[in-house]
Design a protein around this ligand. Structure first.
Ligand SMILES: [Zn+2]
Ligand SMILES: [Zn+2]
Length: 262
């Protein structure tokens, strides 16, 4: 990957929350997010507020307002009004049965918010059981044709954080079970459906080993990646540190691995 490709990847941030997410900072208005993107020199951003299972999303009602707010901003930044929707089980998707669902610019699905109320849990609650469930949900959401992108795919941090007291889980114990072949097969499937795969910067430090495999497998398959900061406040949209980390620990690491192989 050339530096140009690296620059291109980090000129976008397609995972940003505003104050329409419960977890979003109160001052994280769409306007504040867009102004911050201008300041950071981002070419394209996506605001992706949560649409959780069994909740009426604030976003749903606010979309026309957001469109008006955006139109008034007069910005050079390309702004996608999207959402982080929930693939909360096998064939279970938020907005699945909603009539007159708002038309979004960017449908990003999370498959692994297992800590959320209403999320389907596997019958077999072992690390292997969670892994198999994740694979099934990923496969079905990709096949559904609903997803433009997948948020933090394969990351087990939500499962581990929620269940570490009752199940023998440590960070990475599920993520590391996904084989290169399983990742590659899903990416192959995603390629035919136009699905993009997130490089979620909040995972870089904890999941660097996995991300090297994930990234290398994706490049081999020809998968499309995008960078997302999962920012809940405008300050957290800055990708400078993440880009440096990626370059030093994932991008260059890959090169030296390739050199070692060759
Ligand atoms: Zn998420
Ligand atoms: Zn998020």
């Amino acid at each position: 990957m050339s530096n140009d490709a690296l620059d291109a990847l980090f000129s976008e941030n397609l995972h940003i929350h505003t104050n329409l997410s419960r977890c979003g900072g109160r001052d994280s208005t769409l306007t504040a997010v867009v102004r911050q993107a201008e300041k950071l020199g981002l070419r394209r951003i996506a605001v992706t507020d949560h649409i959780h299972p069994y909740e009426t999303p604030k976003l749903f009602h606010n979309l026309p307002l957001l469109r008006r707010e955006l139109a008034a901003l007069d910005t050079d930044v390309e702004v996608l009004l999207g959402a982080e929707l929930s693939a909360y089980g096998v064939h279970k998707y938020t907005l699945q049965y909603a009539n007159a669902a708002p038309k979004l610019d960017f449908y990003m699905y999370a498959h692994n918010h297992y800590h959320m109320r209403g999320w389907e849990q596997p019958e077999d609650q072992s690390a292997e059981g969670y892994k198999r469930h994740c694979l099934q949900v990923l496969k079905t959401v990709i096949r559904s044709g609903k997803a433009d992108a997948l948020a933090h795919p394969f990351a087990d941090k939500y499962i581990v954080r929620e269940f570490e007291d009752v199940l023998p889980f440590t960070k990475g114990c599920i993520t590391d079970l996904f084989t290169d072949n399983e990742i590659g097969d899903l990416m192959e499937l995603g390629k035919n459906r136009g699905v993009m795969w997130e490089l979620n910067t909040t995972l870089f430090a904890d999941y660097a080993g996995f991300l090297r495999r994930y990234y290398r497998t994706g490049l081999e398959v020809g998968a499309r990646f995008f960078v997302g900061s999962d920012a809940h406040r405008p300050e957290a949209m800055d990708l400078t540190e993440a880009k440096k980390y990626f370059k030093e620990n994932i991008f260059f690491q890959m090169r030296s691995e390739r050199n070692a192989d060759g």
